[in-house]
Design a protein. Structure first.
Length: 466
């Protein structure tokens, strides 16, 4: 048992001085002021600290096979790094290989993830449409604990789906009580622009953002929202990076549509200038999709988070080392797309969000944990500190400083995109399923300690736009 004593418990609703008692079954037993310490119970002093629900990262790609290589953080190293940063659950993506069925792929990902140090669930990507996909979606929701599906509107000739598949999948998901998520970029436009740039001899990483301008994201986000609106079903847009997409989401919500938007801390703090360097590797390390944008887009992302029109923060954690990025030395379209971030999401959001006066601590909890738990239907098992919930807790030091560096991070990748940033606010202690797994810089992540997060269906009433 664990007695967390004297901290300020923060939920999405309020902050109150309270102790938290965690049971041996890994759940929260009691929350309240000045609790008695049961005999034999370990005490964690939390005076001066904020006691918050562990972070949930709804968008990671551990050991993902992508663009001819495999992301270097696996389910153990990646979730362990997450614990060091206060993140106690992830939702990763099952990506069916060509010719592989959804169920076999889900089983393959379950097997890979048995080494995870924190709890994990899966969205399953739909990359084609046929009767088997229709049936397998049913099995995944009804028997496998999957309640969300992913659709790539980009990555033509690889993961991209056409609108027809997207519509059919949205319809099927809603029958089942699952939610569709989309990577919104117009894949045809990206492929066209990439070929055009290469033909002009523009082969370096600085061409990457030119091949995926903001309009390409705005159009796809609007299209996904329109299709969802035709069917009256919800849609969740991953890694929103532009004012166009943020506005499309806000406008749809004002029409009564159930649309959610996710933001990555990278997009909140970096702009397109990261590509303006003669150091090839430096620029290649920032090659991810959507790319970093002209600075004014950041205001729309912050505005969305502050106003409640954007809902979650994720990392899209997808690590590629220098030797992997170098596959694109002569052709930027071959640079594996992805950036790391799981260890630093919460600190970046605290520093630039709470410390800079944009977000309250309660907003912070909503954006790092509670909203994700609600949207993907694991609330109140996750996302809140109440009796009965999983004892996934972070003791947050709101004033401690840390300088980020690949030399000291726990992610299995040879760089950190936030290198050199000094941030205020960090996870002093992380508790996963009632056990201390990170304390004062000591990582005690246990391989295989994470459990599969089975997520049940959530039937939503159909809602056509007003
Ligand atoms: O560049 C990225 N984001 N790589 C991972 C795959 C995806 O699009 O989310
Ligand atoms: Zn994506
Ligand atoms: Zn603009
Ligand atoms: Zn992703």
């Amino acid at each position: 048992m664990l007695h967390i004593r004297g901290g300020d418990v923060v939920t999405a609703e309020r902050t109150m001085r309270a102790d938290v008692l965690c049971g041996d079954d890994g759940r929260i037993l009691q929350v309240g002021p000045d609790l008695e310490t049961p005999a034999g119970c370990e005490v964690v002093e939390a005076g001066g600290l904020l006691v918050m629900p562990g972070g949930i990262d709804p968008h990671t790609h551990m050991e993902m096979p992508f663009m001819g290589t495999i992301a270097t953080d696996d389910f153990f190293t990646g979730t362990a790094a997450g614990l060091a940063g206060g993140t106690t659950s992830i939702i990763d993506f099952v990506i069916p290989g060509s010719g592989r069925g959804l169920l076999d792929s889900w089983k393959e990902w379950r097997e890979k993830a048995t080494k995870a140090a924190s709890d994990y669930g899966f969205h399953v990507a739909i990359t084609e449409w046929n009767d088997q996909v229709h049936r397998d979606m049913g099995t995944l929701v009804e028997e496998c604990g999957v309640n969300s599906f992913k659709h790539f509107m980009a990555y033509k000739n690889a993961l991209m789906v056409e609108d027809d598949t997207l519509l059919r999948s949205m319809k099927r998901a809603s029958e089942l009580g699952a939610i569709c998520t989309v990577h919104a970029e117009n894949g045809d436009a990206v492929a066209y622009l990439q070929q055009d740039l290469l033909a002009q001899g523009r082969t370096g990483p600085e061409a990457h953002p030119v091949s995926r301008p903001p309009e390409v994201e705005g159009e796809a986000a609007q299209r996904a929202i329109t299709l969802a609106g035709l069917l009256g079903v919800p849609v969740y847009i991953v890694h929103v990076s532009t004012e166009q997409a943020a506005k499309a989401i806000a406008d749809a919500r004002m029409r009564g549509q159930e649309v959610y938007g996710e933001v990555l801390p990278q997009h909140l703090v970096f702009d397109e200038s990261v590509y303006e360097t003669s150091d090839w590797l430096k620029a290649a390390r920032y090659v991810m999709s959507p790319p970093f944008r002209p600075r004014h887009h950041q205001s729309s992302l912050w505005g969305g988070l502050m106003s409640g029109q954007l809902h979650t923060t994720a990392t899209d954690h997808c690590c590629f080392c220098a030797n992997q990025k170098e596959a694109g030395l002569k052709d930027f379209t071959r640079i594996p797309n992805g950036t790391p971030g799981i260890e630093d999401r919460m600190s970046v959001l605290w520093h630039y969000g709470v410390k800079k006066g944009r977000l309250s601590p309660e907003n912070f909890v909503a954006l790092t944990s509670t909203n994700t738990a609600r949207i993907f239907n694991v609330y109140p098992r996750k996302g809140v500190i109440v009796p009965g919930a999983d004892a996934d807790i972070v003791l947050w030091d709101p004033d401690a400083e840390r300088t980020i560096s690949a030399a000291t991070h726990h992610q299995n990748v040879d760089y950190n995109i936030f290198e050199g940033m000094t941030l205020t606010g960090l996870a002093q202690t992380t508790i996963s399923n009632g056990k201390i797994v990170w304390q004062d810089g000591d990582l005690r992540a246990v391989k295989g300690a994470g459990r599969y997060l089975s997520r049940s269906a959530l039937k939503r009433a159909p809602r056509k736009p007003l």
